[in-house]
Ligand binder design. Structure first.
Ligand SMILES: NC(=O)c1ccc[n+]([C@@H]2O[C@H](COP(=O)([O-])OP(=O)(O)OC[C@H]3O[C@@H](n4cnc5c(N)ncnc54)[C@H](O)[C@@H]3O)[C@@H](O)[C@H]2O)c1
Length: 680
């Protein structure tokens, strides 16, 4: 598959400039085109202003802003986009303007160029049908503010080629988007339920169910959102809500159409008045109404194949910032209650039908089961994608079990030579679900934690010993269990964004999935102790220097690097190696004579004083018991075969999770506070 090296955006308005900012922010050069110099300039200024805010909030440094802006070329010359791999259109929502633009781009651009539209209200295929490259045409629907909201709907139409879809997904990943693939249908996935969310809020008011503050409070409670629908409409513009519901109503019928009161409000030119008292007694009815309408709509769109359940939940959580997705809500309230509430909405609106999908689930009588791990095979390489970007792909029982299933399937495929593990979105895998551990400890079910950990260890051993080449594609952050998964693979292909870290001792436990032993086997027990005791992150440069990365590749060259690695055969990750000088003092601080000092809170000897003092300070903030156990385990693992060394770790697990410090550390993490350790 050829790569994405150059992206262009047409339109330097609200969306175009935001998209350009995000692309440049993620390190990619981007061309931004508008019809007049002053519009280009305005777009650049928009970017500058947003970045300035990021500097004042200390999210970015002035140097980073300088680098980001240097990647943006603003122009009125369309010829500048001719050799782009991807051109994203973000001009006025006017069909004729878009037609004309795509006709022009079709002529100017090289055959390789994919053309994408950010339209909100037209079908993607309408534009594709008008050009000579419908197979290289696709929808990319961003959400406001596109540099801040991670969600991206990718919309292939019937004629979009598989290669175009793959390349677009790669482009999405390269600019750190959480992409969901949705059908070319009215409102795509998210607006299909966002429009009813606004509409039903207005209809509750129209029917006198409650006043605005009560509906706002009900919406926040129902969906776990920070801003209610009326405030949101005030902020984003009531005409936009009217426009969106008019479009959807025309396509899908009266339930989706603009409520009369919404139109009246727009005509008045006034904002919604948010003042007034919340009537608590009416909140349950407001919540029921929302659930009935929104769960019904989302079940319908899944039934129609517009998006999967998982992507619909993702759209709600990432795009609209709901605390749970609609299908998670259905599982929470139960399928019986869900059907009851949807039925009440069906009674209200003649064109709103109970989705078969819900009736079937009610017959099954069980919660929905979500798929968080995907397997797809390209040539002789199987890709296992941990697809839970909304939780930074954190591991839990379900995710681990599904990784195991997908791995088994890939292993059994005789056509597969290599199995690549990757994370969807920006992170690889950011550790495990901490709250699950807290709940298990509180329920006195440490046996469950043990069973989960043993299963994980068994799976990692299988990955390490597979006859196929197993590769971790580390193109983002990994922490804890994520780093341990990567270390268990036979090879690691990384990009400069790839990183590792073992933050466990800060939260009262030790790394429990073989990370200590696999680090120690590669870089020696002393340096492994340093990273486990301090939790210091290892960036791509460090990991490359230490030989933990098998290959370091630019983001656009990952696929070719993997193919090359596969053709070369299995590397030996446990080969002998010399530590680069930079790491020698770090290892020295954890030598056998220094460890006791370090664990007693004293600076280690034989290294520069400031480094010793700094390290002692960091280590003194960690859980003492977890440090002690990690130290003993790493020592005991030396010289043992890996399966035996795994048993050493497992044999200390009950002790670790049974300690008061484990509960304190893990709870403090969930509660975002500093832990207080007692050493027991
Ligand atoms: N605003 C949102 O929240 C949102 C969200 C998702 C998608 N969209 C879609 O994104 C698109 C752009 O929306 P916006 O809010 O950024 O609009 P906008 O009015 O802020 O910007 C449009 C820009 O396109 C430029 N333009 C118009 N015709 C052009 C042409 N032929 N060549 C180059 N530039 C041209 C204009 O000069 C203007 O700068 C629309 O299709 C809209 O439906 C908007």
């Amino acid at each position: 598959m050829s790569q994405i090296n150059k992206i262009a955006v047409i339109g330097a308005g609200t969306m175009g400039s935001g998209i350009v900012q995000k692309i440049a922010q993620e390190g990619i050069n981007v061309v931004m085109v508008d019809i007049k110099e002053e519009f280009v300039e305005r777009g650049i200024n928009n970017i500058r202003q947003t970045l300035k805010q990021a500097v004042s909030r200390k999210i970015l440094s002035p140097e980073q802003v300088h680098d980001i802006l240097s990647r943006v070329i603003g122009t009125c010359d369309y010829e500048m986009v001719a050799d782009a791999d991807l051109v994203i259109e973000a001009v006025f929502e006017d069909k004729q303007i878009k037609y004309d633009l795509f006709e022009k781009l079709d002529k100017i651009c090289q055959p390789k160029t994919i053309l994408a539209t950010n339209t909100s209200s037209y079908y993607v295929h309408e534009f594709a049908d008008k050009i000579s490259r419908p197979d290289r045409f696709i929808g990319m629907h961003y959400f406001y503010h596109p540099a801040k909201n991670r969600l991206l709907e990718i919309i292939p139409h019937d004629g979009t080629s598989a290669e175009t879809l793959e390349k677009t997904a790669l482009a999405a990943k390269l600019h750190a988007k959480t992409a969901i693939v949705v059908k070319d249908a009215p409102g795509f996935a998210v607006n299909r339920f966002f429009v009813p969310f606004c509409n039903e809020s207005v209809r509750m008011l129209e029917e006198g169910l409650a006043n605005i503050p009560t509906i706002e409070a009900g919406a926040k409670k129902a969906l776990g959102i920070g801003m209610g629908p009326f405030e949101l409409m005030n902020v984003s513009g009531i005409p936009i809500a009217v426009h969106a519901s008019t479009t959807l109503g025309n396509e899908l019928g009266p339930f989706y159409a603009t409520p009369a009161l919404l139109k009246t409000q727009m005509d008045s030119g006034e904002y919604w008045d948010l003042n007034g008292d919340v009537d608590e007694s009416k909140i349950p009815a407001v919540i029921d109404w929302y659930y009935g309408a929104l769960l019904g709509v989302t079940a319908t769109l899944v039934q129609e194949g517009v998006a999967s359940m998982e992507d619909t939940d993702r759209g709600a959580k990432v795009g609209l910032r709901w605390s749970r997705g609609p299908f998670e809500i259905m599982n929470e309230i139960g399928i019986e209650k869900t059907c009851q509430l949807v039925e009440a909405i069906c009674q209200k609106y003649p064109d709103f039908k109970m989705p078969e999908f819900l009736i079937k689930q009610k017959e099954i009588g069980k919660p929905f089961v979500f798929n968080y791990v995907d397997l797809h095979t390209r040539g002789d390489i199987a890709y296992i994608t941990i697809n839970r970007p909304e939780a930074m792909n954190a591991l839990n029982e379900t995710v681990f079990a599904q990784i195991g299933q997908r791995f088994e399937e890939a292993e059994q495929n005789p056509g597969v030579k290599a199995i690549v593990f990757q994370g969807a979105g920006k992170a690889f895998v950011a550790g495990a679900d901490i709250k699950w551990f807290v709940d298990k400890i509180k329920a006195d079910k440490i046996d469950d934690i043990y069973a989960f950990t043993r299963k994980g260890q068994d799976l990692l051993l299988k990955i390490e010993n597979s006859d196929k080449l197993t590769i971790a594609l580390l193109d983002g952050l990994s922490l804890g269990g994520g780093s341990e998964l990567a270390l268990a693979c036979q090879a690691i292909v990384a990009t400069p964004a790839g990183s590792m870290g073992f933050p466990e001792t800060a939260i009262g436990i030790f790394p429990g999935q073989g990370g200590m032993l696999r680090m120690a086997r590669q870089v020696g027990p002393q340096l492994a102790k340093y990273y486990v005791f301090t939790g210091s992150p290892l960036n791509a440069e460090d990991l490359q220097a230490l030989g933990i990365f098998t290959r370091l590749a630019a983001p656009g060259e990952v696929d070719s690097t993997i193919s090359q690695l596969v053709s070369e055969g299995k590397p030996d990750k446990y080969r002998q190696r010399e530590l680069p000088d930079k790491f020698k003092p770090l290892a020295k601080m954890c030598s056998s004579d220094n460890v006791a000092r370090l664990l007693a809170g004293e600076p280690p000897e034989g290294v520069p004083e400031d480094l010793a003092a700094k390290t002692a300070k960091i280590v003194s903030s960690k859980a003492p018991l977890a440090l002690k156990m990690a130290n003993e385990i790493i020592d005991a693992q030396v010289g043992k075969a890996i399966p035996e060394a795994v048993e050493v770790e497992l044999s200390r697990l009950h002790e670790s999770f049974g300690a008061a410090d484990a509960l304190e550390g893990l709870s403090s993490f969930s509660q975002k506070r500093k832990p207080t350790y007692q050493g027991k």
